[in-house]
Design a protein around this ligand. Structure first.
Ligand SMILES: [Zn+2]
Length: 473
């Protein structure tokens, strides 16, 4: 008995219940934003080790349990997952590689901890940055990329994989597979409809997700039935909401109407009751949608909005600013009828967005920011996009979910992202206001945790100042 007691005493001494677990960072007294359930959990502490959240819970319990190298007092502040921009572009030619690379810290300064690059013409660099960010050698958001996109022969886009036959599609997908791309982007500038369908089918067979601009000659249902995973730009959902979708598409394919006239015809023939059914059907098929709503708004109102004094211009390089002229010149040539048609399309887009949400189509928040896409600023643009979602009728919770929940789910990383929870990535925002009350609170950033690294307000301001200094050279 005495021996047993002595053994027990030794055991107790060897496992001191008071010993605290180690954390690199402890965020104390915070309100945790549970985006999934649309609620705030008050007085929480978040313990971070390396690039992972190791515990979240009542402040007193967690702060007793962990000894941290650094502690932040986040009383009165709100902790939520870092933002994802699910549609950006890095591009504009080899001479703009440095300017594109400089956008990486800019995204972080605006609280964007992940971006999805939807193809352009500098894929080799983007793939390098993806690896360097993942290894912690480059300060930037986590990058998911399509690599070069699939297109038809001689498209207006540079840096694409041009395909016109099944064999060419196979070879292109082999190439993308070797690059370990995160999804496949397909656009329809010169791509033939049958090649398009073969590409989505074959990509699906290989287990690759696809994002596309669907050729007008095909209905959106045809594309989705063959395996399309996400529809980029809300225009294609307006198209799906027209009872004349197939008819107008056939007229375009036969060369009877121009692309612009077909676009206007989809808008003019849009029918809300028909569209609701179509969206429910598409939702049941599991397709996602990236509306890029604000890009459409910016382009629609280039006739009356003066962007020359936008603050965002100061953070991007002169080469990127120059690529903005393409859209401006095109807009300047528009006739009053064309301008009116664009306004009308944007007004309809604002009505379509809540219809997609109501139908259950998962919405991916993406900006289309990057070269060419005028005045849609990398970083800032996502906040504009989320605010526009709320203006169109989504709740702040739904808007936030489209960025921090749907993004990871689309790319197959929901286990690692989407919540402030044990085991999730330490990609976090500490905000000065409640984003579930007003989505604009995502702009009020007190600190960003990027892969576990703390960037406080002073560090974020320094990134902004550096971006400005570099851009003005
Ligand atoms: Zn795009």
């Amino acid at each position: 008995m005495r021996v047993a007691l002595a053994a027990l005493a030794t055991l107790i001494a060897a496992s001191p219940v008071q010993a605290r677990e180690r954390a690199d960072l402890l965020i104390r007294g915070a309100s945790v934003v549970d985006v999934g359930h649309g609620r705030i959990v008050p007085r929480q502490a978040v313990a971070v080790r390396g690039n992972t959240i190791v515990a979240v819970g009542p402040d007193r319990a967690i702060s007793k349990r962990f000894g941290a190298k650094r502690t932040i007092n986040a009383a009165g502040k709100f902790v939520m997952p870092g933002l994802w921009d699910m549609h950006v572009h890095f591009g504009g030619g080899p001479e703009l590689i440095a300017e594109n690379k400089a956008l990486l810290p800019l995204y972080v300064a605006y609280g964007i901890t992940t971006v999805r690059d939807c193809a352009a013409d500098i894929s080799a660099s983007v793939l390098e940055w993806r690896a360097a960010v993942a290894k912690g050698q480059l300060l930037g958001p986590t990058i998911y990329t399509s690599g070069p996109k699939l297109e038809g022969y001689k498209p207006i886009w540079k840096g694409t994989l041009e395909v016109g036959t099944p064999a060419e599609v196979n070879a292109a997908l082999d190439k993308l597979h070797a690059m370990k791309v995160d999804f496949v982007k397909i656009t329809d500038n010169t791509l033939k409809p049958d090649t398009f369908l073969y590409a989505v089918k074959e990509a699906k067979r290989r287990g690759l997700r696809t994002s596309a601009h669907t050729p007008y000659a095909l209905t959106i249902d045809q594309a989705v039935d063959d395996g399309l995973s996400s529809i980029e730009h809300i225009d294609y959902l307006i198209k799906a909401g027209s009872p004349k979708e197939a008819e107008i598409g056939a007229a375009y394919a036969a060369g009877k109407v121009t692309y612009g006239a077909a676009t206007d015809a989809f808008v003019d023939s849009f029918d809300a009751a028909y569209a609701r059914k179509a969206y429910r059907r598409l939702a049941a098929k599991g397709v996602y949608a990236t509306p890029t709503l604000n890009m459409g708004r910016i382009l629609a109102f280039l006739d009356r909005e003066d962007h020359s004094r936008d603050e965002g211009l100061a953070y991007i390089g002169p080469g990127l600013r120059k690529t903005y002229e393409w859209r401006i010149e095109r807009a300047a040539k528009a006739t009053p009828e064309e301008v009116a048609a664009r306004h009308k399309e944007h007004e309809l887009s604002m009505k379509v967005l809540p219809m997609l949400q109501a139908a259950g189509i998962p919405i991916l928040a993406g900006t289309d920011a990057g070269y060419l896409n005028s005045f849609n600023y990398p970083g800032e643009g996502l906040h504009d996009e989320l605010e526009l979602y709320v203006k169109a009728g989504l709740t702040p919770q739904q808007a936030l979910a489209s960025s921090v929940l749907t993004g990871p789910r689309f790319l197959g990383h929901a286990d690692r992202y989407g919540a402030v929870q044990t085991g999730k990535a330490a990609d976090l925002l500490i905000l000065n206001a409640n984003p579930l009350k007003s989505v604009g609170a995502t702009r009020k950033i007190s600190a960003v945790l990027l892969h576990g690294r703390l960037l406080d307000r002073a560090a974020l301001d320094k990134l902004l100042a550096q971006a400005k200094a570099r851009a003005s050279r």
